[in-house]
Design a protein around this ligand. Sequence first.
Ligand SMILES: [Zn+2]
Length: 280
Amino acid sequence: MVALAAASGDHGYRTRYRACPACGRDNAATAPGPYSKGDWQVKSCGGCGFVYLENVPVYAELAVDHAWEKSAPAEGAARRAENPVLQAMSKGTRFRLHWFKRARLASLAQRYVPPGMVIDIGCGDGWQIANLPGDYVRCGLEISKDMAERARQALEPRGGFVVNAPAAEGLRLMPEGKFTGVVMRSFLEHDAEPMATLGGVRHALAPGGAAIIKVPNYASLNRRVMGRRWCGFRWPDHVNYFTPASLKRLVSQAGLEVARFTPLDYAPTSDNMWMVARKP
Ligand SMILES: [Zn+2]
């Protein structure tokens, strides 16, 4: 997608306009939806219904200003100030579920990702991929320079490598078919170019290789109950709001097939959903 406009709003960030990242429709004339916040305009596509942030921070600033290691603590503080009790409860739940979630990634990898090279998109400091059990060479792709450096220190001594680049660009740099696995855990909701990234995943995966995807589920019950206080809303860090249907649609459009997406993987009682996609 091309940057059509750059503007500076009340938030002080330079942004660029996006057409619908799922179908390409121009929704500039559509009124901002109820989940907009200040100048951050969350739109529901008039063509395909996909919910997304229309004006996204430009990538150059994302690498230095919006990198999650800087914005996440601020976001947490803002949420606690808004509703201290709910946020404290939700934090407790996250800690309890921590081990379960890690076990889920590990068990999906064990079942669907053949031995070989695996790359974690948005790898942060590399802890997640470093701790993935199995017979893998562990690699990472990370837009934050500081985090990429930390990931390098964790992964390079064990034979892996880390690329500091936006996801779609970084994946296109990889030799075709190099990886047996791609991990995108809590990544695609941040990505201004999800179709380009999924295309890059298809390029980087070997035939039979699998991508494990975890994203917030916009169709969750909690979003309907909590409305704009739902934990899946983060302005402007989350730029795509997937439902089970739209996630399936984008993955198929990118030329990947759905290897696993059971009703348990997208239960409406969970804030998140998991999918395993495969390169045919
Ligand atoms: Zn659309």
